[in-house]
Write a protein that binds this ligand. Structure first.
Ligand SMILES: CC(C)(COP(=O)(O)OP(=O)(O)OC[C@H]1O[C@@H](n2cnc3c(N)ncnc32)[C@H](O)[C@@H]1OP(=O)(O)O)[C@@H](O)C(=O)NCCC(=O)NCCS
Length: 174
């Protein structure tokens, strides 16, 4: 499994690689650090907590139809989770997948989301995905900023949540 290393800023080195089920403990820990606002932006509901079953689902990815990449740093030999980007392939349209991403609050705005997206887009393209679908609040400038680097189309809107189709075959960033 390829692990990529990035120097984010002085003193902060992060790693990005596919998520594996052994990451469950770090994943649960990182989830507990998310603010209500971040959880709301990611899950589009006021998610207080996730059930054990939901955590199982989110870490037991198959690297083909349910794919996730994680970002972490290392402290005293422990891998500390920073964020996850994942996609779930559509059964009906196998060249399309729904994407979601979360970075824990204290690491937002440092370019890590962008790196996770670059990694997952590159992987997706190698695995036959051409289009990502994202659901995002219309005021979520950060994710809209990332999406706008690719050709995209807003295909739906409900209660302030936009459904956006992104053509990942023509992005500038990968
Ligand atoms: C959206 C999210 C994943 C982005 O990750 P991030 O690491 O914070 O973003 P980055 O630092 O990589 O920045 C990405 C781009 O947004 C810009 N940006 C960063 N913070 C911003 C803000 N508050 N407002 C507007 N633009 C912002 C950056 O400048 C960068 O654009 P650039 O490439 O033109 O410089 C992260 O903020 C997050 O987890 N938010 C809460 C959950 C969420 O919204 N998920 C998306 C819905 S699925």
């Amino acid at each position: 499994m390829e692990v990529k290393k990035y120097e984010i800023k002085e003193g902060l080195t992060i790693f990005i690689r596919p998520l594996i089920k052994e990451d469950r403990k770090a994943f649960v820990k990182a989830f507990s650090k998310l603010s209500d606002k971040t959880k709301q932006l990611r899950f589009l509901t006021s998610t207080e907590a996730l059930s054990e079953k939901e955590f199982d689902y989110l870490v037991n990815v198959d690297h083909e139809n349910h794919v996730a990449f994680c970002a972490y740093y290392s402290k005293n030999g422990e891998e500390i989770g920073i964020g996850v980007a994942r996609y779930i392939r559509s059964i009906k349209k196998p060249n399309t997948a729904e994407i979601a991403i979360t970075i824990i609050d204290e690491f937002q705005g440092m370019g890590i989301g962008k790196l996770l997206i670059q990694n997952i887009v590159a992987f997706a393209k190698q695995h036959g995905i051409e289009k990502f679908v994202a659901n995002a609040y219309y005021l979520n400038n950060t994710i809209l900023n990332i999406i706008s680097k690719y050709p995209y189309e807003i295909t739906g809107s409900s209660d302030g949540v936009l459904t956006i189709e992104i053509d990942i075959t023509h992005g500038k960033r990968d």
